[in-house]
Design a protein around this ligand. Structure first.
Ligand code: AHR
Length: 497
């Protein structure tokens, strides 16, 4: 199959916000407890965190890290998880029917974030919590001292403020499963009051309001409009979440889901823009895609019910090659929408729907790990508009798509292109037709590929799906021609002249 990828260095979308390479760590299953934090592990460092897991996370180079939930946050009281560890209560988490010992809390997370160079993104409890509880947490984290909550942090051994810039006003409050789920108008007023109190406490913070968490909910977009009517002058971002899957085992259809991811982003952005223009707001509200991933196998029954256990096996999704391609489609879509998507968080990072998986003291990297690493290591620059000229197919759910899904980032004299060949059996030759500059040479490229869409890494066979250097590229007369295997994700960087 021959495909042309048309690019022009002057056809720029916007700077790619590095925060679209964020992650999400929720207190559930074996994510925090066992995955990140396990003082009994032979890998434990001075904080009780697993050095092997942290080293793997370093490779993904996350920019922001959202914490502590997720559904968990809607019943969470931050005060339970600060101060002397022996005095912290063990509580019952209703969202995942689990036991939480609170041994890892705000200070531990924020210390870890500092060490990992993550910019923290904390979510406040608007399910059972109050605006005041949220504002107190902000004071605890960000204010130097001289008042109750700031002084409490100092008492707890953290003299300097943590300086948390980004805060989410609750989680998925439009979802009927959410603790404290409420109608849009009610959430909008609660979010507005919370935002005002938080900004009175620290005017420099940026806030994310809950938007629609799934396009198939009946309140989709209507919720967003109602919420923005109230909080449009108080928040900087509106969240959207997206989980996708292949329950029908129809791989071509699954790989075409990028159409629907694009539509969700564009429709939500249209609501933000419409409120901005009709209400003449101070600032435009941008998008925070603060939960995204493949999640469908471990989504029901015992996979979501901890049955009163501590660190139960929840949402332990095992990823394969087709999921690695879909991760590439998600990231391509965020880059293509660099003018509206400013934050995105891979949900999640360890064990729970995650690129990294542990079993006892062993660790394994899942297929999606390699896609994220490939993109994240080439993320700096400005997104370019891409136009694909090549064969297409019609998927049963998402309509017509080109076999090639793509995005491109220009960084001075370097161009990175990201390609997904969705064909199950056809290799593809992609000619990069660049105007405004010419391709001089290849700096480096890698590819994740394999013959079986269902190929997956296991502890027994951990290298089934991984990234390999890819030099099947010809650079000639200012153009690059890239040979892609069937079912592949490619990331390559070129030097321009
Ligand atoms: O990431 C798993 C769950 O998915 C989160 O807790 C929730 O926000 C979403 O429904």
């Amino acid at each position: 199959m021959n495909t042309k990828l048309h690019l022009h260095t002057a056809f720029q979308i916007d700077k790619v916000d590095p925060r679209i390479f964020g992650g999400f760590l929720e207190h559930m299953g074996r994510a925090v407890n066992d995955g990140i934090f396990n003082p009994d592990s032979s890998h434990a460092d001075d904080m009780g965190c697993r050095k092997d897991v942290l080293a793997a996370l370093k490779r993904l180079d996350f920019t922001t890290m959202r914490y502590p939930g997720g559904n968990f946050v809607s019943g969470y009281h931050w005060l339970d998880a600060v101060g002397p560890r022996e005095q912290r209560p063990t509580v019952r988490d209703l969202a995942w029917q689990s036991i939480e010992t609170n041994q890892f809390g705000s200070n531990e997370f924020l210390e870890l974030a500092r060490r990992m160079d993550w910019s923290p993104m904390l979510a406040v409890n608007l399910g059972t919590g109050t605006p005041e509880e949220a504002r107190n947490w902000l004071e605890y984290c960000n204010i130097d001292g001289g008042s109750k909550w700031a002084d409490l942090r100092r008492e707890h051994g953290y003299e300097k403020p943590h300086d948390v810039r980004l805060w989410c006003l609750g989680n998925e409050m439009d979802g009927p499963w959410q603790i404290g789920h409420m109608p849009a108008e009610q959430y909008a007023i609660l979010a507005q009051q919370t935002a005002r109190m938080m900004k009175m406490c620290d005017p420099s913070v940026e806030l994310v309001a809950c938007g629609s968490c799934a396009p198939d909910l009946p309140t989709y977009l209507e919720w967003d409009r109602k919420v923005l009517e109230h909080v449009r002058n108080e928040v900087e971002y509106l969240s959207l979440h997206r989980y996708v899957g292949n329950p029908e085992d129809d791989t071509p259809d699954y790989l075409a889901v990028s159409n629907s991811i694009d539509r969700q982003i564009e429709a939500t952005d249209a609501v933000c823009k419409s409120v901005y223009h009709t209400r003449k707001t101070k600032q435009r509200v941008y998008l925070s895609c603060d939960e995204w991933n493949v999640w469908y196998r471990a989504r029901h029954g015992e996979h979501v019910n901890g049955r009163g256990k501590f660190a139960p096996h929840l949402l332990e999704e095992h990823y394969n090659l087709e999921d690695a391609l879909v991760s590439g489609c998600f990231l391509n879509s965020f880059i293509r929408h660099a003018d509206s998507v400013k934050i995105a968080n891979l949900a999640q990072i360890v064990n729970v729907i995650a690129p990294i998986f542990t079993r006892g003291d062993d660790m394994m990297l899942q297929s999606i790990f390699y896609t994220f690493e490939m993109f994240s290591s080439r993320r700096n620059g400005v997104a370019l508009r891409t136009s694909v000229e090549g064969p297409e197919y019609t998927s049963s759910t998402y309509g017509k798509v080109p076999y090639l899904d793509s995005s491109a980032i220009l960084d001075g004299d370097k161009l990175s292109v990201f390609l997904v060949n969705r064909s199950l059996d056809q290799p593809m030759e992609v000619r990069v037709c660049l105007a405004g500059a010419s391709v001089q040479s290849l700096v480096g490229a890698e590819c994740v590929f394999g013959s079986d869409p269902k190929a997956a890494n296991t502890f027994e066979s951990p290298r089934e799906v991984r990234s390999c250097p890819h030099d099947d590229v010809a650079v000639c007369r200012g153009e690059a021609v890239i040979a892609l295997p069937p079912m592949s994700v490619y990331g390559g960087t070129f030097l321009l002249g």
